[in-house]
Design a protein around this ligand. Sequence first.
Ligand code: WQD
Length: 343
Amino acid sequence: MARILVTGGTGYIGSHTVVCLMEQGYDVVIIDNLSNSNIEVLDGIEKIVGRRPDFENLDCLDYPNLDRLFTRYPDIEAIIHFAASKAVGESVEKPLMYYRNNIGSLVNLLELMSVHNVKHIVFSSSCTVYGQPDAAHLPVNETAPIQKALSPYGNTKQINEEIIQDTCHSNANIHATILRYFNPIGAHSSALIGELPNGVPNNLLPFVTQTASGLREKLRVFGDDYNTPDGSCIRDYIYVVDLAKAHVKAVERMLSGKAEEQVEIFNLGTGRGLSVLEILRTFIKVSGVHLKYEIVGRREGDIEQVWADPKRANEVLGWKADTPVEEVLLSAWNWEKRLRGIE
Ligand code: WQD
């Protein structure tokens, strides 16, 4: 069975994708510099799958050692590239770190794909490339206009997509699938892997579960004065395991030669928008936990509402994100309880 290189494979989405790949029989080698994840994730993967992925503590910016990795694993047939810095706020404070890391890593991988004759790459992109779609473009599909990024993080996603397009245009041997994620949430049903943010979480769900577990005093809801039914922002929250399955579908499509274009783009969402307050109400219902939260002012850079039109991924990839949000929120809570030793 083919071997897949997963960069950032001890991260949140990466680890769930490694589990799905290995369950489908793929061999996996993970490279990760562990700057935003823990090596113990490998134990969780092994417990779920029953075998351990190969792992190399490597930074994608380290060209010589990355080159040696491809020599050590000559059977790599495809890459799934997750490794990147991804905190929107941090990217505003440290733009050059984001441009160097996120762009330099991809350029190294693309160069080495030519050197080592690796033909396929799946790139982890984001719905942030759309910015705030106008009403005519909601739900947002892949033809929606790309808008000027609101942060260096979002800009690196846009720039990297263009780098991939240009590279594939100049090199017929490289095929790419660009996956634009909406808002990944939840954890594997075993509660053996999940989201493990370093420090104070930026994203909604880890902050919710950490507040519910007592780690955080209360959750702040950033604004309820938006032009939405309940005034809070709307997002497309997608179960991370459903998202991981889409990556396996993308790899299978490319390895089987079914990809119709050299670069294919898919929006990965549920197609359903949920507001922050709807998420909180549902979490309280499924967890039975009284969640303390306070409505505060808007967070700079937040867009008001975005959710996916996943039709193309449903029809072309044969993939659908259909796990009920109640089940997804409970999976996040079970993971948090296991992390904190709560019964
Ligand atoms: C969701 C909603 C907040 C925290 C970002 C990136 C995106 C992807 C996911 C990397 C917003 C509200 C949040 C809190 C809150 N990142 N919120 N209180 O901003 O939609 O997307 O993370 O791949 O690329 O842009 O996700 O979870 O931060 O926020 O009220 O403590 O929850 O205002 O409306 P976001 P988020």
